[in-house]
Ligand binder design. Structure first.
Ligand code: CTP
Ligand code: MN
Ligand code: MN
Ligand code: MN
Length: 390
């Protein structure tokens, strides 16, 4: 008898922070479908369903091979009845009716494009949708009262919905590095967020700024921002001061998702690289070389093509004593972070934030100067950034 292919049952741990989740995986058809339902649940402010679908997605991302039949899912955590139903339909028919219907629904489409406006969350988008607005141009025409973030969000809508490339992130890194050095020599910047996890594109660029000597980072950000502004590099910025306080009883407030670092949510004005290698070449030559030369020319004639791109940038300042926690907290993914905090609370009776780790039983802070130490405090195997794409 020929030995048939062995049925290997894959086992995965229940928390995303106990699993290795690479960027590239084998189940994108399934995860993309389930993410539509997760997103739709978010639009309906159903957080329970949103998180349930996201957990299911993260389990599929961690699988070493493609799911071919329902039996492949046996023993896996986080796959609820609803997710399984969707998966089954896709395995059998190639698509899910619920996902198709959602994608075509007016509400989903409107919420998607309205929440795509920087500064617009689900609540605002939902109110606008119920007032009959469906897309950014409707908002612009409607004469809604908009805050500064939303005004910028509308103004730069197209750029801000065009993925930021790693190359663009690197250019911004050099700009930020230069300005930070000028303001405080010896300060250090670290690229975090999706790019630290190995992504090739992102919706923004995230940086941590710190100084090896505790306290030297204080007051740094307003100076950095004003220098960036002087150089004409900012289209929008909102700076918030540090409001973090430690007490003997632990973190001053129950740890929320939002940290309390000094930070700046900004929009950079990034020069577009010229198409030609020689800076002497006239613009027409560059235009002819572009892959969609005619369209580009038309855009230029219409005055629509700018020689710069608006890019979202987050700057966060951390005292060096909190750096490891800030790095772990700002590297993401969002689900990975959420699962780390859930693990800490439910399994270890600890409170984890981007500032600190507090042991609720022993009533003491657990210090750390590296991400590895934090994982160790939490009793977790270390997961490198590129495997935190839960
Ligand atoms: N984050 C946070 N507080 C915020 C915003 C973000 O702690 N107010 C954290 C998120 O939890 C995430 C990280 O910062 O872990 C990066 O967030 P974000 O830029 O939104 O996501 P990315 O993973 O970088 O994805 P993208 O590439 O689309 O930017
Ligand atoms: Mn938004
Ligand atoms: Mn990011
Ligand atoms: Mn960000």
């Amino acid at each position: 008898l020929e030995p048939g292919p062995k049925a290997v049952m894959i086992t995965l741990n229940g928390y995303a922070c106990q699993r290795r989740t690479p960027l590239q995986h084998h189940n994108t058809v399934l995860t993309e479908a389930l993410l539509v339902l997760a997103e739709n649940a978010e639009f309906c402010e159903d957080e329970g369903r949103n998180i349930a679908f996201k957990r299911a997605v993260s389990v599929l991302k961690a699988l070493p091979q493609a799911v071919r039949k329902m039996g492949d899912l046996q023993g896996l955590p986080c796959l609820g009845e609803h997710s399984q139903r969707v998966i089954k339909e896709i395995l059998e028919d190639g698509k899910s009716r619920e996902v198709e219907t959602t994608l075509q629904s007016e509400q989903y489409q409107a919420m998607k494009s309205l929440t795509g406006i920087f500064g617009v969350g689900v609540k605002t988008a939902d109110r606008w949708f119920r007032e009959g607005l469906q897309q950014p141009s409707d908002v612009a025409r409607s004469g809604q009262r908009l805050n500064h973030a939303q005004q910028a969000g509308l103004q730069y809508y197209n750029d801000l919905n065009t993925p930021v490339t790693k190359a663009e992130a690197d250019v911004i890194s050099r700009i930020v590095e230069g300005v930070v050095q000028e303001v405080l020599p010896g300060a250090e910047i670290t690229l975090t967020g999706g790019f630290r996890r190995g992504k090739q594109t992102g919706h923004d660029v995230d940086f941590l700024i710190s100084h090896p000597e505790e306290g030297r980072e204080e007051g740094l950000l307003p100076k950095v921002v004003s220098l960036l502004e002087t150089q004409g590099l900012l289209l929008y910025q909102k700076t918030t001061r540090n409001s973090y306080l430690e007490t003997k009883e632990g973190p001053a407030r129950p740890p929320s998702n939002m940290d309390r670092f000094e930070r700046c949510f900004s929009i950079f004005k990034l020069e577009r690289p010229r198409h030609s290698t020689s800076p002497e070449e006239p613009p027409q030559a560059a235009c002819e070389e572009s892959p969609r030369g005619e369209d580009s020319a038309l855009e230029q004639l219409a005055g629509e093509r700018q020689d710069w791109k608006a890019v979202r940038v987050d700057l966060v300042v951390t005292p060096v004593s909190q750096f490891a926690f800030a790095l772990l907290g700002w590297t993401g993914s969002q689900l990975f972070e959420r699962e780390l905090r859930r693990w800490a609370g439910q399994e270890k009776n600890m409170s984890l934030s981007s500032h600190a780790l507090f042991d609720n039983k022993r009533k003491q802070y657990l210090r750390a100067s590296s991400e590895e130490e934090i994982f160790a405090h939490l009793g977790l195997e270390y997961i490198p950034p590129c495997e935190r794409n839960a």
